[in-house]
Design a protein around this ligand. Sequence first.
Ligand code: CP
Ligand code: NVA
Length: 304
Amino acid sequence: MRHYLKFTDFTREEYDYLFERTVKLKALHKAGELYQPFRGRVLGMIFEKSSTRTRVSFEAGMAQFGGHAMFMQSKDTQLGRGEPIEDVAQVISRMVDIVMVRTYEQTIIERFAENSKVPVINGLTNEYHPCQIMADIFTYIEHRGPITGKTVAWIGDSNNVSRTWLQAARIFDFKLNLACPRGYEMTLLGDEAYGADHFEQFYDPYQAARNADIVTTDVSVSMGYERETLQRKKDFINYRVNEKVMLQAKADAVFMHCLPAHRGEEVDPEVIDGPQSLVWDEAENRMHTQKAVMEYLLLGKIED
Ligand code: CP
Ligand code: NVA
């Protein structure tokens, strides 16, 4: 049994397979053809934080597969009243076939997975957001071809999304330039050591964006960090993706954002709503890529 708790849980070969599968599953869906390998199966979804895209993409994907997705907000379950995560995992995984968890510390989802009888997928933690970066890389490849050898410029916080880009940089062999205010630099976790081919820390957004193929950003105040809002709004004031930042990047560069976005804060409307932006395809591809992940975790490789 496999889990998908961080981007490095799959190999490059597995991502190649999952992207091939995503192309097929997306085409079937667009053609209106029914493919229901999950009839009678249930996805349990535990949310300790808010969500639009993650909930809708998993729930819609599961329905398309002929299964059922069960939405649980921790505050409405006994988890919100202090039931140990290990006990919750034991109970839920006896009744459902696969679980998605959105929570705070990565250790919480790890403890859940250790006690789960079924595969567990990370739907975002404080440290990582693997499903997001899988969809982002798939979207880039759809529009521009291979990401290997390219440069991704991240303008903003060293958060769960940028740390997942960093994990992906080594697997897909691209470079991540990260520009953030002093005091918000990327902290490398566990065995995350990176050479200059894969990661460079900047403080100037213009320098980070120079010759980039992808320019991307995210909210400066992630869920769970709300008490730092006032300070962060001040600290990140010069870390906004505007047209001048985009002009530093390559002429055919794309803009990406995991959403939700805050126009006038981390990104200008001219950029996110402009011709280089891929944000809507990125959001839609959450569903197609996650269908491939769920199919792989439950059924293994599909030979056609
Ligand atoms: N990008 C993303 O995960 O969005 P939600 O918080 O709406 O799920
Ligand atoms: N970094 C953001 C991503 C939201 C999808 C957060 O964790 O709130």
